[in-house]
Design a binder for this molecule. Structure first.
Ligand SMILES: Cc1ncc(COP(=O)(O)O)c(C=O)c1O
Length: 450
C-alpha cells in the first residue's frame, strides 16, 4: 500500500467518484445548503498544514479545519499517543470509574489556567462545553438559594455552538431564527468590535459597558451569568475586543455578583498569541469552556473548568444538588491521551514562538492589504489575520461562495465568514507555505474585483 498522502495512487480518482456517489445519496453535511452547494472534495490524506485530495492535489488548510488543528495534521507524536492508549484501552464509562489519562489531563489543564480554575468537567465538543457552563451557572444560583437568577447575558454576533442553550446564547449571530421559540432568556449586549486604526473604539466600548450597567440596574438580581468569547468573536466574523475592555467588563460583572463564563473554544490553545486569551487581560472567569485545540484537532472532546467555590456549591447529601449531566463518551481516554501529548508539544516545539512568527508574517501582509481599496477593517491577533471584503455579502453570499471555490481550486482552504476573509493556519505552517497562502489570497481578491 502507498502511504504517501500526496500520491494519486492508482484507483484513487475512481475511489473519489464512488465516495461522492455514496455521499450524495446518504450524507447530510453540517451548515450546508445541499440545494446550492458545490460537491465536497474527497480527501484521502492530510499532513502538517496540508490536505490531499484523491488526485494527490495539495490544499493548504488555512482555517485549521474549523480551527481545531493546532500542531498540524498527522503529527507523529500525537499519532503515537493515540495508538499507545488504544493498545491499553479505548473507552470506559466515567461515572464510578476514573483513569490516568483523565486525571492527568484535568491536572494539566488546571495547572495551565490562572487562578482557582481547578475543577474540570469533561464533555464532547464546544457546544456541549457551553451547555455545561450554562447549566452549572444556572444551578449554582439555585443551590445557593437565589432562585431568581434565571437570565443570561451574551454579546451581539457571539457564537457558542448549536445545541439549544448555546444557540440561545448565540441568538445575536442571526443564524438560528427558526428556533427562537425554543430559546432561553438571553439579553444581548452590543459588541465593540474593533480593528486596526479604529478611532471610535472607546466610544463603542463605553456604549457596550453602559448597556451592561443599565441592564444590571434594571435586572441585575435576575442575571445568572454573562458569557463572552474573550478578545475574539470567531464565527461572528473574527471580531476583536481589547484586553482593557475585557478587564472592565469582568470587574463590572463581578461587582454585581454575576458569574462570568469565558468561551475559549476558539481562542484557547494559542490562537490569540497566548495559551489562553484571558491571560492578555489578566482576568479569571468563573467558568471557562475549551475544546477544538484541546486535542490538537484529533478527537472530539471539551472541558468546562470551574472555580473551586462553584464546585463546592454542588456538594451535599442529596443528588438534587449534583450536576445532572454526562455523556456516553465523557473523558474518552483516547482523547485525553492525545490532549496530554498535545500539551507536551507546546513546550517541546516552542509553539508560542511559532505563533509569534506567524504573527510577524501576518503583520507584513496586513501592511500590504492596508493599501488595497477593496478591503476594510483589518484585524490581527496571534495566528489570525482577518479583514472585510467590501464587495462581499452576508454568510453564504454568492460572492463568498465564489471566493471560497476559487481558493479551493487554487489549493487554499480559505472559507469566508460573511464579508470576512481570514487566515488561521496550523502552527506548523512553514514560511514558504505562508508566502504561497498570501500570494493566493491576493490573487483571489483580484479575481473577485474583475
Ligand atoms: C467560540 C465557540 N464556541 C463554541 C463553538 C461550538 O463548538 P463545536 O462546533 O465544537 O460544538 C464554537 C465553534 O466554532 C466556537 O467558535
Amino acid at each position: 500500500m502507498n502511504d504517501d498522502p500526496k500520491s494519486p495512487a492508482h484507483g484513487r480518482a475512481s475511489l473519489a467518484e464512488e465516495v461522492l456517489a455514496r455521499d450524495r445519496r446518504h450524507v447530510w453535511h453540517p451548515f450546508t445548503q445541499h440545494g446550492t452547494e458545490s460537491e465536497p472534495i474527497v480527501l484521502t490524506g492530510a499532513k502538517a498544514a496540508s490536505l490531499f485530495d484523491a488526485d494527490g492535489n495539495e490544499i493548504l488548510d488555512l482555517v485549521s479545519s474549523w480551527w481545531t488543528c493546532t500542531h498540524g495534521h498527522a503529527h507523529p507524536k500525537l499519532n503515537a499517543a493515540l495508538a499507545e492508549q488504544a493498545a491499553r484501552f479505548e473507552h470506559v464509562m466515567f461515572a464510578g470509574f476514573t483513569h490516568q489519562p483523565a486525571a492527568d489531563l484535568a491536572e494539566a489543564v488546571a495547572n495551565l489556567l490562572p487562578g482557582d480554575l481547578t475543577r474540570v468537567f469533561f464533555s464532547d465538543d464546544g457546544s456541549t462545553s457551553v451547555e455545561v457552563a450554562l447549566k452549572i451557572a444556572y444551578q449554582y444560583w439555585i443551590n445557593c438559594g437565589e432562585t431568581g437568577r434565571r437570565m443570561l447575558v451574551a454579546f451581539d454576533g457571539g457564537y457558542h455552538g448549536d445545541t439549544l442553550g448555546a444557540m440561545s446564547l448565540g441568538r445575536g449571530s442571526q443564524l438560528f431564527s427558526s428556533f427562537r421559540d425554543l430559546m432561553c432568556k438571553v439579553a444581548v449586549l452590543p459588541c465593540p468590535a474593533t480593528f486596526t486604526g479604529d478611532d471610535a473604539v472607546e466610544e463603542r466600548e463605553a456604549g457596550a459597558l453602559s448597556a451592561f450597567e443599565a441592564l444590571l440596574t434594571d435586572r441585575g438580581h435576575a442575571i445568572a451569568a454573562l458569557i463572552i468569547e474573550p478578545l475574539l468573536q470567531g464565527a461572528g466574523g473574527m471580531r476583536l475586543c481589547r484586553p482593557s475592555f475585557l478587564k472592565r467588563l469582568v470587574k463590572t460583572a463581578r461587582d454585581a455578583g454575576v458569574l462570568i463564563i469565558f468561551d475559549e473554544v476558539a481562542t484557547g490553545f494559542g490562537r490569540t498569541g497566548t495559551l489562553f486569551a484571558m491571560e492578555q487581560a489578566d482576568v479569571v472567569p468563573d467558568l471557562v469552556c475549551l475544546s477544538k485545540g484541546l486535542t490538537a484537532g484529533y478527537m472530539p472532546m471539551a472541558v468546562t473548568v470551574a472555580r473551586e467555590a462553584i464546585f463546592e456549591a454542588f456538594l451535599g447529601e442529596s443528588f438534587e444538588r449534583a450536576l445532572p449531566h454526562g455523556h456516553s463518551f465523557t473523558a474518552n481516554p483516547l482523547a485525553c491521551a492525545v490532549a496530554l501529548a498535545s500539551l507536551a508539544l507546546f513546550k517541546e516545539e516552542k509553539t508560542l514562538e511559532r505563533i509569534a512568527r506567524i504573527n510577524r508574517r501576518h503583520r507584513e501582509m496586513l501592511a500590504e492589504l492596508a493599501t488595497r481599496p477593496d478591503v476594510a477593517r483589518l484585524r490581527l491577533i496571534g495566528s489570525i489575520l482577518a479583514f472585510d471584503v467590501k464587495a462581499a455579502g452576508g454568510y453564504q453570499s454568492s460572492e463568498g461562495r465564489r471566493l471560497r471555490d476559487w481558493y479551493l481550486a487554487h489549493g487554499l482552504n480559505i472559507r469566508p465568514l460573511g464579508p470576512t476573509l481570514y487566515l488561521m493556519p496550523p502552527y506548523c505552517i512553514t514560511d514558504e507555505e505562508l508566502t504561497r497562502a498570501y500570494a493566493g489570497l491576493i490573487e483571489g481578491l483580484d479575481t473577485l474585483a474583475k
